[in-house]
Design a protein around this ligand. Structure first.
Ligand SMILES: [Zn+2]
Ligand SMILES: [Zn+2]
Length: 141
């Protein structure tokens, strides 16, 4: 599937107009394999030569959050920085060094079984989860 029409479809589903900038932000999130900070999203957009300001990226992420397109979490290991990911997209969880921000992927996801268990137990429709593990890497401890 072509990712441009794919993100256009996501926007349309939420009643949002498709713009180059909105599609670009969604594509950055789609291609990420871990939750991203606003700064990381912004840098990626600059690299892709999308003309957009940081304030606009913040506004778009707020809007996407309200519409349930994007979920926001806060990683305490990275100085309470907000992290964004596409709703319903499973990202690789990481073990993060609180000092140098080095990350190690946690694979496979240990929460898939828990989700299934919770779904059966509570009849919730589970939409996603966050997992944060942090500490000091061998260089920093
Ligand atoms: Zn470290
Ligand atoms: Zn997971």
């Amino acid at each position: 599937m072509n990712s441009r029409s794919d993100t256009t479809h996501l926007l349309a589903q939420k009643g949002l107009k498709s713009t180059r900038q909105r599609n670009a932000v969604l594509r950055v999130l789609q291609q990420a394999d871990e939750p991203l900070t606003v700064d990381a999203i912004f840098m990626q957009l600059r690299e892709n030569q999308v003309p957009v300001s940081l304030a606009t990226v913040y506004r778009m992420l707020d809007l996407f959050g309200e519409k349930g397109l994007v979920t926001k979490s806060v990683a305490s290991a990275s100085r309470a920085t907000a992290l964004y990911q596409l709703a319903g997209q499973h990202v690789t969880h990481v073990l993060r060094c609180m000092r140098c921000q080095t990350t190690v992927p946690i694979q496979p996801c240990p929460l898939d079984k828990l989700e299934e268990h919770l779904r059966l137990q509570t009849d919730f429709e589970i939409k996603g989860h966050h997992l944060e593990v942090y500490g000091l890497c061998p260089q920093c401890r």
